[in-house]
Write a protein that binds this ligand. Structure first.
Ligand code: AMP
Length: 196
């Protein structure tokens, strides 16, 4: 089962992806975390994407496809995965389908969209920055970068909601309330999907 989580930055995708991964015994694949690890390790990929991430822009589709294909092809993804932060553009969405067919994960795919109002997203990201303090803060949580990431989301990623709605494999989840409440909504939708 492949579960794709869509939603604006700060919607809680990472938190919920980790919980779904634990519950369903399949790995969480967070492209943001993978890229941050590459930057921290100073790999060629990290050097290539560092400036792009700091600016809140998107890494090119061909680079991302390689990263995701490599990761999804690893043995721990044999039963599926939770994709957190991928796809983010029409180009990524269009190549994801053939990719999952190729590696045999085409069955049972489900896209969950976390709906969170924009004011709430900004409030949460500011909270994340304050909580993390200087040491733990993400370079891309600065105000102007947050606004740019939201703009990029609206312009390039949000249209994927319609793309997946048309394919009939998408469910929208109200991303407000406690982490437990949101998780319960997502989990109920996944269970319904698996039964149907
Ligand atoms: P995230 O932690 O998911 O918010 O990702 C942090 C940053 O990594 C984004 O702002 C992008 O610069 C980059 N990134 C992560 N996933 C993708 C993706 N699917 N396509 C392009 N860039 C990405």
């Amino acid at each position: 089962m492949l579960i794709v989580l869509l939603g604006p930055p700060g919607a809680g995708k990472g938190t919920q992806a980790a919980r779904l991964a634990t519950k369903y015994g399949i790995p969480q694949i967070s492209t943001g975390d993978m890229l941050r690890a590459a930057v921290a390790a100073g790999t060629p990929l990290g050097k290539r994407v560092e400036g792009i991430m700091e600016a809140g822009e998107l890494v090119p589709d061909d680079v991302m496809l390689e990263v995701v294909e490599d990761r999804l092809s690893q043995p721990d993804c044999a039963l599926g995965a939770i994709l957190d932060g991928y796809p983010r553009t029409a180009g990524q969405a269009e190549t994801l389908d053939p990719l999952v067919q190729r590696i045999g994960q085409g069955r049972n795919s489900l896209v969950l969209v976390l709906d969170v109002p924009e004011e709430e997203v900004i409030r949460r990201i500011s909270g994340r920055r304050e909580e993390a303090g200087e040491a733990g803060k993400r370079d891309d949580d600065a105000d102007h970068v947050v606004l740019e990431r939201l703009r990029v989301y609206r312009e390039l990623t949000e249209p994927l909601v319609e793309f997946y709605r048309d394919k009939g494999v998408m469910a929208e989840i109200a991303g407000i309330g406690t982490v437990d409440e949101i998780f319960d909504r997502m989990d109920a939708t996944v269970r319904e999907h698996l039964q149907g």
